[in-house]
Design a protein around this ligand. Structure first.
Ligand SMILES: [Zn+2]
Length: 219
């Protein structure tokens, strides 16, 4: 019997639960804060200013709800940044429609897979994730430009900055996946668990079912 692979996740938003996965959750936002504080006197390996500048570029694109032209621009920006940092790593894209295959809005998860220095085909995978969509606004009381600077443009910028180090001299022994989820915010203004976390749930479901990639399943 083949060994199960473990996904160790860190996410900036609540994660979809999967009964077959063992999860180590942390908050990517806290990671950013810790890295920034730790480097306040000397810039250190994590460049907070560079992450802040990318956050600003994402925010300046404007509101980026699922299916919008702005969200495609942010996806292209993240893709080009990752390509410049790690040209040898292929950007993974996963597109799907929800809740039905014929639904009008197409979602797109993006990620890169950084091979660990001592990784094995059945070793654990560290997943660091953030979402790049912004909260959907609605006519009436919530009809304003919602650009999601901290939630979660800053987390995306932090992941990109981490990519710079995790693909360079700070490479880890384990495989590391940096994932950018679409469709994480609640479609309804008030949180509605049934209409949120679309990207991460799809990602978890498809990975758990991917027997070609994980012949032994996921733990
Ligand atoms: Zn969020």
């Amino acid at each position: 019997m083949r060994a199960q692979r473990r996904l160790l996740r860190s996410m900036a938003s609540p994660a979809a639960s999967c009964p077959h996965r063992r999860v180590a959750s942390r908050c990517a936002s806290l990671l950013v804060l810790a890295a920034t504080v730790a480097c306040s006197d000397d810039r250190g390996p994590f460049d907070g200013e560079r992450a802040r500048a990318l956050t600003q570029r994402i925010v300046e694109i404007g509101p980026r709800p699922p299916g919008s032209a702005n969200l495609r621009k942010v996806a292209d920006l993240i893709a080009s940044e990752l390509k410049a940092i790690a040209p040898a790593l292929e950007l993974q894209r996963q597109t799907f429609r929800w809740p039905e295959p014929t639904s009008p809005v197409e979602y797109q998860n993006l990620w890169i897979e950084i091979p660990g220095r001592a990784a094995t085909p059945t070793g654990p995978i560290v997943v660091l994730a953030a979402h790049y969509d912004s909260k959907i606004t609605h006519e009436g009381k919530q009809d304003f430009a919602f650009v999601g600077a901290l939630d979660a443009a800053a987390s995306c910028a932090a992941l990109v900055e981490l990519a710079r180090h995790l693909t360079g001299d700070r490479r880890l022994d384990h495989d590391v996946w940096l994932v950018f989820f679409d469709g994480e915010e609640s479609i309804d203004w008030d949180w509605n668990d049934a209409r949120a976390l679309v990207g991460s749930r799809h990602f978890a479901k498809t990975m758990a079912a991917d027997t070609a990639r994980f012949p032994g399943g996921l733990a």
